[in-house]
Write a protein that binds this ligand. Structure first.
Ligand SMILES: [Zn+2]
Length: 310
C-alpha cells in the first residue's frame, strides 16, 4: 500500500458527529482522547528516538497546551484522535513536550503506517485551516465550524470546504522499456515517472495523455489506474497510472524536464549497480509504479536491488 494510504481500514472519521460540539468536547476531555500536535509549520512531534509520535492525552493537553485549538480527526474503538495546533516556536514546543519535531517526509519513512497516515491527514487539514482566513466571495473573515472541517464566512455565510488538488503520475511503457524523466534540480542520476496537475474540465486519463505529450512529446493510448496517495505537501492527491505509448520518439516540449529516456529493466539494474541511476524517493507513488513495473516486466525486486548496491 502507498505511504499515507489505508487509514480508512482503522480510523472512522465520524464526519456525522463533527457538528455535535458537546459530544466532541466530551470526547476531548475523556481518557480516550489522543492529541496529535502540529506546530505553525505543520511539523509533528515525535518521541526522541523518532520511531513513534509524541501523543498527548487529555491531562497533558490541559497542562501543556491548554489554549491550543483542537479539531476532531476520528475514532477507533480505543481512542478518539484530535489535531492540536501549537502556536509559537516549534523548537520551544518540542522542548516542552520532551519530543523532537518531525517533517511529514521523514514520518512517511520512519513512523508506523497508521501514525504516518494520521499525520498526513492532520497536516492536510491544518494547512487548509491556516490558508483559509478570508472568504473568496466577499472578503470577510472566516470562522471554523464542524470541529475544524468547514469554514463559514462571517459576512455572507458561505461555507468553505477543504480542497484537494489532483495530480496524475504515470509509468509509460513501449516495447519493453519505461519512460522516465528528470528535472535539472534533482540529485544526479535521479529519474522519475512523469507527473502533473489535472486541469479544469479534464478527466484523470485525459490529464495523463496531456502531461506525457507536453513533457516528452509521447502519445499514449491505453491508460489504466494503479493506486493513489494523499500528498498534503501542501494539498495534493497523487493518482498513479500505467499507460502504453504509440511510439518511442521523445521530444521534450514544455521545458519542465532536462532529459527523458526509455529504460529497460536491465538498464535500470545496471544503472543502480554502477551508481549512474537513482530512483525517486521511496515513499512516493512514482517509486511504487517503477517497482511494480520492474517486477512485472523484468522480474526484478527494486527494494532488493537498491539494498544490494547501497
Ligand atoms: Zn463571504
Amino acid at each position: 500500500m502507498n505511504t499515507f494510504s489505508g487509514l480508512s481500514l482503522l480510523l472512522d472519521r465520524v464526519a456525522e458527529r463533527r457538528d455535535e460540539a458537546d459530544w466532541v468536547a466530551e470526547r476531548a476531555r475523556s481518557g480516550q482522547a489522543r492529541f496529535l500536535v502540529l506546530d505553525s509549520e505543520q511539523q509533528a512531534f515525535a518521541q526522541p528516538d523518532g520511531d513513534t509520535l509524541r501523543w498527548l492525552d487529555a491531562t497533558e493537553r490541559a497542562s501543556l497546551l491548554p489554549d491550543a485549538p483542537a479539531s476532531l480527526l476520528g475514532a477507533t474503538e480505543q481512542h478518539t484522535f484530535f489535531l492540536l495546533h501549537a502556536s509559537g516556536d516549534g523548537e520551544a514546543v518540542a522542548q516542552a513536550l520532551g519530543a523532537r519535531r518531525m517533517h511529514l517526509r521523514e514520518a512517511g519513512l520512519r513512523l508506523p503506517a497508521d501514525e504516518a497516515g494520521l499525520f498526513a491527514y492532520a497536516k492536510g487539514l491544518a494547512h487548509w485551516q491556516h490558508e483559509m482566513r478570508h472568504c473568496h466571495a466577499c472578503g470577510a473573515p472566516l470562522q471554523l465550524v464542524a470541529s475544524g472541517h468547514r469554514a463559514q464566512c462571517t459576512g455572507c455565510g458561505r461555507l468553505h470546504f477543504p480542497r484537494t488538488d489532483a495530480a496524475v503520475i504515470v509509468i509509460v511503457e513501449h516495447q519493453g522499456a519505461c519512460l522516465l524523466g528528470r528535472q535539472a534540480s534533482w540529485p544526479a542520476g535521479r529519474y522519475s515517472t512523469l507527473a502533473g496537475f489535472v486541469e479544469p474540465g479534464e478527466s484523470l486519463e485525459d490529464a495523463v495523455r496531456r502531461e506525457v505529450a507536453e513533457e516528452a512529446g509521447v502519445r499514449v493510448d491505453q491508460v489504466h489506474y494503479h493506486s493513489s496517495q494523499p500528498w498534503p505537501l501542501p494539498a495534493s492527491l497523487m493518482v498513479g497510472f500505467t499507460a502504453t505509448a504509440h511510439s518511442g520518439t521523445i521530444q521534450l516540449r514544455d521545458g519542465e524536464l532536462e532529459d527523458a529516456r526509455w529504460f529497460t529493466p536491465a538498464q535500470i539494474a545496471e544503472g543502480l549497480a554502477d551508481g549512474s541511476f537513482a530512483t525517486p524517493p521511496k515513499l512516493s507513488v512514482s517509486y511504487r509504479l517503477l517497482a511494480h513495473w520492474l517486477l512485472e516486466r523484468g522480474g526484478l525486486d527494486l527494494d532488493a536491488l537498491i539494498a544490494r548496491h547501497r
